[in-house]
Design a protein around this ligand. Structure first.
Ligand code: ATP
Length: 447
């Protein structure tokens, strides 16, 4: 029964995403392109807010981390050094009867073949997940490049440039947000697993003896970030990787997991990657990437703690977690189901809606438009004068707007508006001159 409810939740959120313009099927007018999704007006703003909050917390508010924005195409040697060319693969099998492809580690023994009976499987092959393309006009071996499968390598190859230009000393970090590409064998579950996605990654460089403590601290910091932005604690957990799950160079790894409608899934991995990356890039590039410590006059090869999260997965988790249905009484006294997204005010794609009570009263419209124009300079604002006020409240509840401001006839007399709270549905009168203060406190709170 519980599973049923959760299945339902997934379908409801996906339907809401399309209906209200959070996420559309990619290339929709051509019948879609499998597992590609386009973020619409509300979704692109929500996703931007997620990234902005990450950047603010990681880069703006800390003095030990700087940001970069590296190119998606990188020198092919990068992927030899990182190990992706040799090892970044999933085990692939084909069924000779139905011609479908599966990840061998995901296919259950008793899966039915659509062509009847059991699958007739080929031997397991390693399938490299990197997308390959050609750079320039001449096609040959030297023009072969890859779309990056992670943003991390863009940070490692810039380590020396960033360290020299910023004169940062260990410990310090480099952060980056950007697109990554993996030719996943089985993309699915909406934006959870796609072939094109965005990552937000930090490489935090430390002296070897600082690594254990930094690792612990990053696990806490990243877990709390999701909590502070409103995800219910009961839907979050940390999972430590078993020894046999760890990449050969990693000393430890924790995943921050979210209880998605289909079960627990990874939002972010935090790994202690030792000195593997900088050591390998030193070897393959011939450039010494060790750090010279002026305090001790010694060279050290930094160790790296890597918190690596997915923007699309986080965005979807914030949406699912915020989704709620309750009952509200309509203007006619009928009980109705109210869909509401309890999004954190910092994430809400529309923070304030300005609503003139009636559409056909020019004075109300003029006043509301003026208010809208002023507030747009400070918050994410929308304006709507169509339909009954109660219906308009519902439409804004459904997209997670924390406050609706109604401009009515009294406004023309007392220069106040009715402020209606999304979560409590309570209403209060606030003077327009006090609005900035009121909204700043409620919408722009520190985390
Ligand atoms: P998974 O085991 O789910 O494939 P992963 O362990 O390979 O993920 P990492 O390589 O650690 O993932 O990448 C860091 C983060 O990037 C993940 O925690 C996830 O949020 C995001 N991510 C990775 N692959 C995808 C994908 N195909 N679609 C969307 N997000 C992804």
């Amino acid at each position: 029964m519980k599973e049923q409810v959760k299945e339902d939740l997934f379908d409801k959120v996906v339907a809401l995403c399309k209906r209200r313009g959070f996420v559309y099927p990619g290339s929709d007018i051509y019948g879609g392109l499998a597992n590609c999704w386009d973020y619409g007006p509300l979704g692109s703003q929500l996703k931007k807010n997620v990234k902005d909050m990450w950047w603010r917390n990681i880069v703006q508010e800390r003095d030990d981390i700087v940001g970069i924005d590296a190119a998606i195409f990188m020198h092919p040697r990068t992927w030899e050094a990182s190990g992706h060319l040799q090892k970044f693969s999933d085990p692939l099998v084909d069924c000779r009867k139905c011609n479908q492809r599966f990840r061998a580690d995901e296919l259950s023994e008793d899966a039915e073949c659509p062509a009847g009976g059991k699958h007739e499987l080929t031997e397991i092959r390693d399938f490299n997940l990197m997308f390959e393309t050609q750079m320039g006009v001449v096609k040959n071996e030297t023009s072969r490049v890859f779309l990056r499968p992670e943003t991390a390598q863009g940070i490692f190859v810039n380590f020396a440039n960033v360290q020299t230009s910023t004169r940062k000393k260990l410990p310090f970090g480099i952060a980056q947000i950007g697109k990554s590409f993996r030719n996943e064998i089985t993309p699915r579950r909406f934006t959870f697993r796609t072939r094109e996605f965005e990552q937000m990654e930090i490489e935090y460089f430390v002296k070897p003896e600082q690594a254990d403590e930094a690792f612990k601290s990053w696990v806490d910091t990243r877990f709390s970030w999701y909590k502070k932005l409103g995800i219910k604690e009961s839907n979050l957990r940390l999972r430590q990787h078993e020894q046999d799950e760890l990449a050969h160079y990693a000393k430890g790894c924790f995943d921050v997991e979210y209880l998605f409608p289909w079960g627990w899934g990874e939002l972010e991995g935090i790994a202690n990657r030792t000195d593997f990356d900088l050591r390998r890039h030193s070897e393959y590039s011939g450039k010494n990437l060790s750090f010279f410590d002026p305090d001790t006059n010694e060279h050290v090869m930094p160790w790296v703690i890597e918190p690596s999260g997915g923007v699309d997965r986080a965005t979807f988790a914030f949406l699912v977690d915020a989704y709620d249905e309750d009952t509200a009484v309509s203007a006619k006294g009928k009980e109705e189901v109210r869909v509401v997204l309890h999004l954190h005010p910092r994430l809400a794609p529309v923070q304030v809606a300005v609503l003139p009570l009636l559409r056909n009263k020019p004075q109300l419209i003029e006043k509301a438009k003026e208010l809208e124009k002023n507030l747009r300079k400070h918050y994410l604002v929308d304006y709507d004068d169509r339909g009954q006020i109660g219906k308009r409240y519902r439409r804004y509840d459904e997209i997670g707007t924390p406050f609706c401001l109604t401009v009515d006839f009294d406004t023309l007399e007392d220069d106040s508006v009715t402020v209606r709270d999304r979560d409590t549905m309570e209403q209060e009168r606030i003077k327009i001159s006090d609005l900035r203060h009121y909204l700043d406190e409620k919408l722009l709170m520190d985390m």
